[in-house]
Design a protein around this ligand. Structure first.
Ligand SMILES: [Zn+2]
Length: 135
């Protein structure tokens, strides 16, 4: 199988540069030193922000479920959805194992997740505005 760069997704032609993932106890391969540096910077940042993201998203998901469970009606009931979207924009890979972004490369995966998160924000905002005017 062709090896691809974990960061940019290009096939690796030269001798690969490897980044060791401490948390995963695995190494990933990059096409160049540049991608290698970006990957290790990204992994460090990702590890540092993961817990924060889990906590905020966890709280929002819980609030959302409680709202649904108690069938609360209010213009604010979909605000947690928007906050989750914002969190995913800021920390897009919190729910993904790095094997999932191996296929496209980190850079493209970030773009895809941010796009989906953007859609979630718009969706949540639209319902909120809708509820504000009709409830
Ligand atoms: Zn690369």
């Amino acid at each position: 199988m062709e090896k691809r760069c974990i960061y940019c997704g290009q096939p690796i032609t030269k001798k690969p540069a490897a980044v060791w993932l401490k948390r995963e106890k695995e190494e990933v391969q990059c096409c160049s030193m540049d991608c290698c540096n970006k990957t290790s910077r990204f992994i460090k940042w990702d590890n540092a922000s993961r817990l924060k993201a889990y906590v905020i998203i966890g709280i929002c998901a819980a609030v959302n479920l409680i709202n649904i469970g108690l069938s609360m009606k209010g213009w604010w009931t979909h605000i947690p959805l928007v906050i989750i979207g914002i969190c995913l924009c800021k920390w897009p890979l919190v729910f993904m194992h790095f094997h999932n972004y191996e296929r496209f490369g980190i850079w493209k995966t970030l773009k895809y997740v941010r796009f989906a998160a953007g859609a979630l924000i718009v969706f949540g905002a639209v319902i909120t505005v809708w509820d504000m005017s009709f409830l």
